[in-house]
Design a protein around this ligand. Structure first.
Ligand SMILES: [Zn+2]
Length: 347
């Protein structure tokens, strides 16, 4: 598309000086012939002018000499102009290309400024699941979110083609704990008191919080679920392990009901529940799971997160689903690139 435009433009460029070429040449020739015409007129006049004095003759000769010199100068200039004109078409496309190159380069520089502008805007920019602050913009909202755009090990993914192996057993060491519920503007989150752990591959991770997404962020062989609960754990080195439990429509879940019972009236204000919670009641009976390395599914999309997705789902009543739906009808990040990651699953 660009090449014909260039050809068109360079053709125009060649055409442009061309009309002036014959005009200038013509005018110069006219000048030259005019002066030489004067010369011939002058010589015919000199025959008649016998009566003219020697001084007058000398003056005339000088004038004629000057005219000759002028004609020679004009001829030189003409030759020079011709040379420049001949050279011009060869040189012209280059500056034309250069003058047309910036618009081609401009989009990247505009992007840069955009990134800078939105980066500067980061302090006030809020991420969301739809519209301006939606998932496709997360990476541009702040330089800290670069992984959201550029990361190669992002979550969630469609879990498929896992390698069936004897996975290390995933054990839960959950006990009755105090909890508080917060609506953080992106989801309903439950902060748990200390003392809840998971153990996998010889590592122990302490539970920090759990929260919900609707619909489920992860898919299994292309299929999503009504909702998912993410149980976020951290080990002593700060490494994250997230257990995902998929939720299907079905029977009412008493533990989820106790979370809904403590929903805060205001956003970002944690409500301390009066009763304790035993999170082991949230888990499915089966302990089979899929595992892969991924990221946080919210900004800053940090990678190096160990994902443990339970194969067995849990149930939640339609009324319970609709309560969450009224607060967050859709708070799931779209599926991310698989990027050749290894997925393992329990036999
Ligand atoms: Zn989550």
């Amino acid at each position: 598309m660009f090449l014909p435009l260039l050809i068109c433009v360079s053709a125009l460029a060649n055409d442009e000086p061309a009309p002036s070429k014959p005009i200038k040449q013509a005018s110069a020739k006219e000048e030259a012939t005019a002066s030489s015409g004067d010369e011939t007129k002058a010589s015919s006049k000199s025959k008649k002018a016998n009566k003219e004095s020697k001084a007058d003759m000398a003056a005339r000769l000088k004038e004629e000499q000057a005219a000759d010199e002028l004609a020679a100068k004009i001829a030189d200039k003409l030759a020079l102009i011709r040379k420049e004109k001949e050279a011009a078409p060869r040189v012209a496309p280059r500056p034309i290309v250069r003058s047309y190159a910036p618009p081609v380069k401009r989009p990247t520089s505009i992007d840069d400024t955009k990134i800078k502008a939105t980066g500067g805007h980061a302090a006030t920019a809020h991420w969301s699941y739809e519209g301006e602050g939606g998932p496709l913009s997360w990476g541009k909202l702040s330089p800290a979110n670069a992984k959201c755009d550029l990361g190669e090990r992002q979550s969630p993914i469609d879990i498929r083609d896992g390698i069936r192996v004897d996975l290390d057993p995933l054990t839960f060491d959950y006990k009755s704990s105090q909890f508080s519920v917060i609506d953080n503007g992106h989801t309903i989150q439950v902060n748990m008191g200390a003392g809840n752990y998971i153990n996998v591959s010889g590592r122990s991770y302490g539970l920090v919080q759990f929260h919900f997404h609707k619909p489920s962020e992860e898919r299994i062989n292309g299929r999503g679920s009504e909702m998912v609960v993410h149980l976020v754990h951290k080990d002593g080195e700060g490494k994250l392990a997230v257990v995902a439990v998929l939720i299907e429509r079905g029977k009412a879940h008493p533990l989820i009901q106790s979370v809904w019972n403590n929903l805060p009236l205001e956003k970002n204000e944690a409500v301390n529940a009066l009763s304790n919670m035993d999170l082991s009641q949230l888990l499915p009976k089966g302990r089979e799971y899929y595992t892969y390395m991924g990221s946080l599914t919210t900004p800053p999309c940090s990678e190096g997160v160990l994902w443990l997705v339970m194969k067995e789902t849990i149930e939640m009543a339609p009324e319970q689903l609709s309560i969450f739906s009224r607060l967050y009808p859709m708070n799931a990040r779209p599926i991310q690139k698989h990027a050749g990651r290894l997925i393992k699953e329990s036999n």
